[in-house]
Design a protein. Structure first.
Length: 95
């Protein structure tokens, strides 16, 4: 692992998507990171995707932030988030 890179893994056992935001507020310390993640979730309609019967996998990233959302056969899901402040192309970020 690189120094300064933070990994957050959330595994759902319920269908409540709001549990992920509670997890974020507890684990992620900087509000700007939480705001960007909430923006990504809203922009890509993650809640609607998780409700869809056809959704399986989505990866969103720009180097600084990388979010992977995966839905399993039993309707549980995982959200993996990587925050990499060492990203060299800082000016090319979308956030």
């Amino acid at each position: 692992m690189q120094a300064g890179v933070k990994h957050y893994n959330y595994y759902s056992t319920m269908r409540k998507y709001t549990d992920f935001f509670d997890y974020l507020k507890k684990e992620v310390k900087e509000q700007k990171h939480i705001d960007v993640i909430i923006m990504l979730c809203s922009a890509y309609s993650i809640g609607s995707l998780l409700d869809s019967a056809y959704f399986e996998f989505l990866r969103i990233g720009d180097g600084w932030y990388e979010m992977t959302v995966q839905k399993y056969v039993d309707s549980t899901y995982s959200i993996k988030l990587i925050i990499n402040p060492q990203y060299p192309n800082y000016n090319e970020r979308f956030a």
